[in-house]
Ligand binder design. Structure first.
Ligand code: 5GP
Ligand code: MN
Length: 343
């Protein structure tokens, strides 16, 4: 098992693995976001160009604002095509897992991957990866898994193969995971990679328009509702939003509609910790997103109290009790973190 940056050792292991044509399955995390879809598609286009048989199997569906990405229509959705997905996974010789750090992040696909006999390759930037993969390219300093896929292709000496399609997929994931190049994970290297992608033909403005400028009126109404529900806890430099199932239904909620809502909290001056609680009656849970500015680790907060995890400044989790009980529990935790939230 190799845990590292894209170094020589890891490059050689990958080269040996991909020397002959392989049957490859690429898996993103459940509820895939721009980085998960962009990185799996970018890698998929590349592996096909290299002569492998490759397919992306997603644990479930993904939002409409990502469905324009080239190749996205070929992604196998496990919830809709379970038997095809099972077959592909059991026959795969290599399985790439992208943008997640443990198999608990792939929902119903978990038992299938645990049984698979393929060689596993992880490409991921989340903290504390578990060690199911024989080859691990895991680096928490990376802005995005898409930036890592670029490094991967570069290390294999194949940047010449990056075409406008691969370019736009990787560009989109870097864009969404860095909050359009503004989060602290954005480095000069990130900008250099993005510059390369544009030079390879990625239509950057198109990515911004297609992801961010395709709102529906009902989504903006939902945003209005979310902002109205915002609670500000000045003492703790904290703000949170709730959205009940009823409110979601009233605004004809569709997958992806709440993407980015949590970030509005952080735009308030002096606020360091922003949270959104979203009720999901079907799954019987409250899905939670946490965001922070500065050193307060929402990864630890989500891990310790809400059965989740992620990154220092962006994480997620869940709660199995009612919205009221969840927010009361959340508020009861804050006094313990008062100092950390002032830092
Ligand atoms: P989001 O709030 O946008 O859904 O997720 C923010 C970050 O936290 C992402 O990196 C995502 O992978 C991670 N994350 C979201 N939900 C969960 C969860 O339930 N468990 C873990 N371990 N990570 C999560
Ligand atoms: Mn990511």
């Amino acid at each position: 098992c190799i845990l590292a940056r894209m170094n020589l050792e890891i490059t050689q292991a990958i080269k040996a693995l991909l020397e002959t044509p392989q049957k490859i399955v690429i898996v993103p995390h459940k509820n895939p976001d721009g980085d998960a879809i962009g990185s799996t598609l970018g890698l998929w286009h590349y592996l096909i160009k290299k002569g492998h048989e490759a397919v992306i199997v997603s644990p479930n569906d993904f939002p409409k604002f990502l469905k324009w990405m080239p190749g996205s229509e070929k992604i196998v959705n496990f919830e809709k095509e379970a038997s095809a997905a099972k077959d592909l996974i059991s026959k795969a010789s290599v399985i790439f897992t992208l943008d997640f750090n443990h198999l608990g992040r792939i929902g119903q696909l978990q038992p299938l991957l645990e049984e698979a006999t393929a060689t596993f390759v992880m490409i991921d930037h989340h903290q504390e990866p578990s060690d199911y993969a024989q080859i691990m390219y895991s680096d928490v300093r990376m802005s995005s898994t898409c930036e890592m896929v670029y490094n991967f292709v570069e290390a294999l000496g194949d940047t010449d193969l990056i075409d406008p399609e691969i370019g736009i997929c990787l560009y989109t994931g870097i864009m969404t995971d860095t909050g359009s190049f503004k989060f602290s994970s954005t480095t000069s290297r990130t900008h250099k990679v993005v510059a390369q992608l544009i030079d390879k033909g990625a239509k950057n403005t198109e990515a911004h328009n297609k992801v961010y400028d395709t709102n529906t009126p009902s989504r903006l109404h939902l945003l209005g509702c979310a902002l109205k529900n915002m609670v500000i806890l000045e003492e703790y430099h904290t703000t949170y939003i709730t959205l009940s199932q009823e409110e979601l239904d009233q605004c004809e909620y569709k997958k992806g509609d709440t993407e980015g809502f949590v970030n509005y909290g952080l735009t308030l001056e002096g606020i360091k910790f922003a949270v959104i609680f979203i009720e999901n009656k079907e799954e019987g849970i409250i899905k939670i997103s946490f965001r922070s500015e500065g050193t307060f680790s929402v990864n630890e907060f989500a891990r310790n109290h809400f059965n989740g995890g992620g990154h220092t400044n962006a994480s997620g989790g869940r709660s199995d009790v009612s919205m009221e009980e969840t927010t009361n529990f959340f508020k009861s935790l804050l006094p313990k973190y008062k100092e950390a939230l002032e830092a």
